[in-house]
Design a protein around this ligand. Structure first.
Ligand SMILES: Cc1cc2nc3c(=O)[nH]c(=O)nc-3n(C[C@H](O)[C@H](O)[C@H](O)COP(=O)(O)O)c2cc1C
Length: 457
């Protein structure tokens, strides 16, 4: 297998692209974020904060065994005209997506040749920069992010300045384009790198943010290896797809819709449905000691390590199925009718899986929404699946949507690409030696005592 390539893209207008050759060498020579940041500061170059965050991510990717590449996209802001009308601009360009432009073609080729992509952006109005946005538009137009591992880092001047919203929007767009989206992995397992600094070249002191940027690159690098193995040796196989109906009407109207959607898939794969409305779900007790390994014997597979011991409880019943899945499809409904809603209670109960050294590591998760036109009760379901389940160190896959009008399906996501993605992850995980994954509580005075890592594929 070829070594995976992780491409770092800086989306700041302040990016020091003319010094990127030098920056690339600094990343290659560094053996830690400390030496990297010291050498960047010693260089005398006034880097954009996004460049600094990106350099740390690429060091993380390199440490995970990936080859790295580094580009700035600030020039695409000049190449793609800001004006489409000659009324106000001499350089007006009526073409939305210019063909044959050397800057853009070179950028697209670099994305095509990469296994993984890290996008670094400043936070502008709680969102990515217009340059980073232009990249995502071009990527969508040319379909270059499909099948790539995608992660992001964001730098804003303030704590809570919109770093998280920026990352979430990037992840959602990359998912829509067919990428495998990941967060920053353990320790914190959130949406990516969140860094705080205002003036250019000042983010060096944000040790916490720098660590998250490094982790993000590391996770993109690791998952890129998995995907590269999977792409090289992908085999058609019987996938184990677990469909969790997290809400429904009492007559299970929407389970029938989901069953119909998966009927062609069920011919080749094992598709198992679970109606969460049928089972009691005890709310998470927020125990200090979690995971609770009371009944677990050493080496026991699929151990259920939650203090709620009821044998009829939904989390107890689904424990093994979730850990053993090749895909978890979490179905939500957006309708004008009332539905029985079990998503929140169920999701909070999965805390013990996360705290048990991220039991769901690398399991592909898909948010599926069945939406009736005019629905009002749950419009954000797929977004919520992204933001909650990325915390389980999973790999997010393009969401599925079924749109209905007057009880008729008027549109539904095609299944082919999703199955292909799942087959690649399964093959990659089979070939993986696994990696050490450990959970350590952040923000709690009472830390989990035992921090022995688990090997997760
Ligand atoms: C137009 C504009 C909008 C901004 N909006 C935000 C914001 O919403 N939240 C925030 O924390 N910082 C905001 N900032 C500050 C930048 O995110 C911050 O300076 C960052 O370090 C820039 O990264 P860079 O050095 O990579 O360009 C904004 C800056 C500009 C110029």
């Amino acid at each position: 297998m070829k070594t995976p390539v992780v491409l770092g893209i800086s989306g700041s207008i302040r990016s020091q692209d003319k010094h990127f050759k030098e920056l690339y060498q600094l990343i290659l020579r560094a053996d830690s974020s400390g030496t990297l940041l010291a050498s960047m500061q010693d260089s005398g170059i006034v880097f954009a904060n996004s460049d600094i965050a990106l350099a740390c991510s690429l060091l993380g990717a390199r440490q995970a065994g990936a080859d790295i590449k580094l580009i700035s996209i600030k020039k695409i802001a000049k190449t793609v005209s800001q004006s489409y009308s000659s009324k106000y601009s001499k350089s007006a360009n009526p073409s939305l997506f210019p063909v044959g432009d050397a800057t853009i073609e070179s950028m697209l080729d670099k994305v095509r040749n990469a296994t993984g992509v890290v996008l670094a952006s400043p936070v502008y109005f709680g969102d990515r920069s217009s340059v980073a946005n232009k990249f995502l538009q071009l990527a969508n137009h040319h379909g270059v992010l499909a099948g790539k591992v995608f992660g992001a880092v964001a730098v804003g001047a303030k704590r809570n300045g919109g770093q998280e919203t920026t990352l979430i929007y990037c992840l959602v767009d990359a998912l829509a384009q067919g990428a495998f989206a990941v967060g920053n992995g353990p320790a914190t397992c959130q949406y990516g790198g969140t860094l705080v600094a205002g003036e250019a070249n000042t983010v060096y002191g944000d040790t916490w943010g720098i660590t998250r940027a490094l982790e993000l690159g590391n996770r993109v690098g690791q998952v890129s290896s998995l995907i590269a193995w999977g792409q090289a040796r992908s085999q058609k196989r019987r996938l184990n797809i677990q469909v969790l109906m997290a809400m429904d009407r009492p007559d299970k109207k929407f389970r029938q819709v989901a069953e119909k959607y998966f009927a062609p898939v069920s011919k080749k794969h094992e598709v198992e449905f679970h109606d969460l409305i049928d089972h009691p779900i005890a709310r998470c007790h927020a125990c200090d000691v979690c995971p609770y390994a009371g009944k677990t014997k050493p080496g026991e597979e699929y151990a259920y390590n939650c203090k709620v011991r009821s044998k009829t409880d939904c989390a107890f019943l689904l424990n093994k199925a979730m850990m053993n899945a090749d895909a978890l499809v979490i179905v939500g409904i957006n309708t004008a009718d009332d539905v029985i809603y079990r998503y929140q209670a169920f999701t909070e109960r999965t805390r013990y899986l996360r705290r048990d050294n991220f039991q769901l590591t690398n399991i592909p998760v898909i948010g599926m929404l069945i939406e009736e036109l005019g629905g009002t009760n749950n419009p954000l379901h797929q977004l919520k699946v992204v933001t909650s389940y990325i915390r389980h160190n999973t790999i997010l896959i393009s969401p599925i949507k079924i749109t209905m009008k007057d009880d008729r399906i008027v549109h539904q996501t095609e299944q082919g690409r999703i199955l292909e993605q799942l087959e690649i992850v399964r093959s990659g995980r089979d070939l993986s030696q696994g990696q050490a994954v450990s959970y350590k509580a952040e923000g709690y005075a009472i830390k989990k005592q035992e921090t022995i890592a688990s090997v997760r594929k």
